[in-house]
Design a protein around this ligand. Structure first.
Ligand code: ATP
Length: 435
């Protein structure tokens, strides 16, 4: 497999302004990344698409946005203080640190070739911080390791105000933090990341049905984001892999250059979380069931996806190197849904009224789509830059435009150009985007 592909993507991301290493001028912070001008647009499009798919296109899912800092009791109740550990081992010889469940301890260290491991130790993944100027144990807080708990502790608030009836969901997008033992593979595993989480509350006897439903929905979402279907799969967890709260779980996985890896976990969390918060807070997080006239604790099916992993998947899946007339072309064949720029506009020459006309066209396109004006360098170079940025369409204003008000519209993938009237550009883009 082409492991080098990730390195090439990291370098393209920097070159084009998708992703920069965090605090690069100070030597960078390991496995921490900043989204640049193109990256932030693409990330936003992915999140907006998820939000529309999960929340605004449905009657029975509502959104919320909880604080990152929560009462520390939350994490005692959720089991994270006690159970959110990964087993850590060190190579005594070269001091490299590994997650014990990621390597074979019967084999030597892959870094130095010596087999001399420490005993595995449990390492809590939550980042601790202190609230207020005095550091003592009373003031400890954690950066949330998942957004889900912000939803569970607000279950009653949201249900009462939205007047939703079972089954219904609460969704949230936000940052989460985990002090991962090992990070790497670019955006795949970082200590700060964003999650898109849906907690779907159901009658406890119906979790199986809803788990199946959400598995199918979520795989479909990745496909409609333009990800190659043959590189996606749904993998059931074995009993030894299940998290402390879960009785059944599926991972949506993608075949990355470094192997099949998780994009999203879809889990039956049962009534665990609401039960725990009921017990620990003494405040009822229950649901009055109008059918049975009783208060019940709903069960929950969770679909938890990483924004950054979805972003990385889009990039990896879209990255292509081709030969065009004897020259190498690097192109990101991103779906127009997530491409940071929908249409680039170029004047063929920087005179004869062409720049003014092109700028007018940009302004018009921007009423509906993202557009970018580029007048720098040869037209070939401008196309190549946009190919690397994943821009699906390019409009060129040339001398004929000044005579008959037509432009050429170029397709990134086929590189074919058609001539259309300038006032039809938005219609043409609309048509192509709806395909
Ligand atoms: P892994 O086994 O890869 O550590 P996990 O099973 O602990 O992941 P979950 O707790 O199910 O992950 O988190 C849900 C989703 O959040 C994951 O599918 C992933 O997309 C994202 N995610 C979790 N940890 C990270 C991380 N360190 N960096 C980036 N994304 C992450």
């Amino acid at each position: 497999m082409d492991i080098k592909k990730i390195e090439k993507i990291v370098s393209l991301c920097k070159r084009r302004g998708f992703i920069f290493q965090s605090s690069e001028i100070y030597g960078g912070l390991a496995s921490t990344w900043d989204y640049g001008p193109l990256g932030v647009e693409m990330k936003r499009k992915i999140k907006n698409d998820w939000w529309h798919n999960i929340v605004t296109s449905r009657d029975n899912v509502v959104g919320m946005d909880a604080a990152i800092l929560m009462h520390p009791k939350t994490w005692e109740a959720s089991g994270h203080v006690e159970n959110f550990h990964d087993p850590l081992v060190d190579c005594k010889h070269c001091k490299t640190r590994y997650r014990a469940d990621h390597i074979d301890l019967d084999k030597p260290c892959e870094r130095c070739g010596v087999k001399d491991w420490t005993e595995p130790r449990q390492f809590n993944l939550m980042f601790k911080t202190a609230i207020g100027p005095v550091e003592d144990s009373e003031e400890i807080a954690y950066l949330r390791p998942e957004t889900a708990q912000g939803i569970f502790v607000n279950f009653s608030n949201v249900q009462a105000t939205s007047r939703q009836k079972l089954p219904f969901g609460i969704a949230q997008i936000g940052k989460a933090f985990r002090n991962e033992i090992t990070t790497g593979n670019f955006l795949f595993r970082t200590r700060e990341f964003e999650q898109m989480e849906l907690e779907f509350f159901v009658y406890p006897e119906e979790t199986g049905k809803w788990l199946e439903y959400w598995c199918a929905e979520r795989v479909e979402w990745f496909k409609q984001l333009g990800i190659t279907a043959g590189k996606l799969r749904l993998r059931p967890h074995g009993a030894d892999e299940l998290a402390h709260y879960s009785s059944a779980c599926y991972d949506v996985e993608y075949e990355f250059p470094f192997g099949w890896s998780e994009l999203e976990g879809i889990a039956d969390r049962g009534t665990f979380d609401l039960d725990q918060h009921n017990k620990t807070s003494g405040k009822k997080q229950t649901y009055f069931d109008p059918v049975s006239n009783r208060h019940i604790v709903p069960a929950v099916v969770e679909a938890s996806a990483g924004v950054d992993r979805a972003f990385l998947t889009c990039l990896v899946d879209a990255y292509n190197e081709e030969e065009v007339r004897g020259e190498k072309r690097v192109v990101l064949k991103l779906s127009p849904k997530v491409a940071p720029i929908t249409c680039a506009v170029f004047p063929l020459v920087n005179k004869a009224g062409q720049p003014e006309k092109a700028l007018k066209i940009v302004k018009d396109i921007r009423q509906e789509f993202s557009a970018f004006y580029d007048a720098g360098g040869s037209i070939g170079r401008r196309y190549r830059r946009q190919d690397e940025a994943g821009t699906p369409f390019g409009v060129t204003v040339d001398h004929q435009t000044m005579e008959d008000d037509t432009v050429t519209l170029r397709d990134r993938d086929t590189m074919e150009q058609v001539r259309i009237p300038a006032d039809q550009i938005r219609r043409a883009l609309r048509e192509r985007l709806s395909k």
